[in-house]
Design a protein around this ligand. Sequence first.
Ligand SMILES: [Zn+2]
Length: 487
Amino acid sequence: MTKTLIQGAQVLVENDSFADVSLLIEGDRIAAFLPKGETVTDAKPMDASGRIIIPGLVNGHTHSHGALARGGVPDDAILETFLSGSAWLNLGRSHDDLALCAQLSAVELIRKGCTACFDLFIELPGPTVEGTHAVAHAYHDVGLRAVVAPMIADQTIYQALPGLLDSFDGPLRNAVAAMTLPDWDSTMAICGEALRNWPVPMDRVRPGIGPTIPLHCSDPFLQRCAHLSADIDIPLQTHLAETRLQQVMAQRKFGTSLTEHLSALGILSPRFSGAHGVWLSDPEMALLAGAEAGISHNPMSNLRLGSGIAPLRRLTDAGVQTGIGTDASNTSDGQNMFEAMRLAATLSRAQTIDTAQWVRTTEAFDMATQGSARLLGFDKLGQIATGWAADLVFLDQTYCHYTPQRATLDQIVLAETGAAVREVMIAGQMVFAEDRILTLDETALRQRALAAAERITHANADARMMNAAAAEVVKGFCHRHCSANLP
Ligand SMILES: [Zn+2]
């Protein structure tokens, strides 16, 4: 087993306090804290003078397919016009494209200090074993820890939202009405095969399942997802109460809130997490807490799409497991966990003048590390502690963010952007150093990305026009219904 002794840095010990200690790494784990200056004869020494070492940030919710969709979402898009208007960006993608997206996303995450993510990736018209395994291999090869969850549904947005189709007329109505997704039985058969026969070691890259939005999934489909999650013990994540319209539509479609619906179907469990949770009522939070379920707070995307500001303090007070995520690079315009963590802390200050209710920097840091790690289902991840995963981010102590350095964790949470990230270690192995990802050729990756984006844009020109026209109708529908009364 390889041993490395990291010396000379300030280390954030157990997400609590900084200490000038050496870190002994054995294999993929943190083996011990040693006093400054102590040597270990069979360990390779690594000089980390001038570095602040923190645990790698963990992204509780993202979509790798967004990496090839940058700039494709109009700046006035809301979630529902994004879903209808930007669908063209995901059409006609090969398995290589899916892997390319995971690589692009992983590279940005690592460069910005993230060492693990929960990826709900989409393959259209439906998931395949090969596509799912291509994404898993991509993360494995780059070296990022990940949960790879096919994002699946059996209803298009036009089928999912009661009354939406009636807002359309003429040829456009015929076009959106003709859209379908594969039936859930065949989708689940493929997911079962893909996830049960996992192609890479599970220590770093694991399977998950991602029914996209409860409104877009029929009840037996959701139940089958939950059964698969329980059967092979994998995390399940869905977008939960991301917009107010989703709650309005849930009342019309199910006669209950979204979370009550999921609870009645038996979907909630410790393996369950909802992404966003912006529009959750107190009874819904109690259901989530009672099931030991979690929420990934994705503040940047909620701001970008005007979804709202999630009630993070109420969620933690209710006892809901909370993590933090970026969401996709099309709806958050990047994969910056430092930004997401900072927003988690600062947005709470815009919600109340009562400072006791604010999300403190220590809490935001915990959520962005071990909080998200719990949603991913990884044990002993998200802290620098003995026996925990050796997923470490090395920050440059001489960078302007820490000059002067008075309150290190506050400065990391409130100032860091990723600009001071100098090295990243995942599972005891360096994956980023000297401004270079060590596990792939970034220049070649960029060339492949540009070529794929051009091909996708060209091939989907007709779909893009149709999507844009449909999004206009969806926008009108949302404006008419999103303010409807909720119980
Ligand atoms: Zn999402």
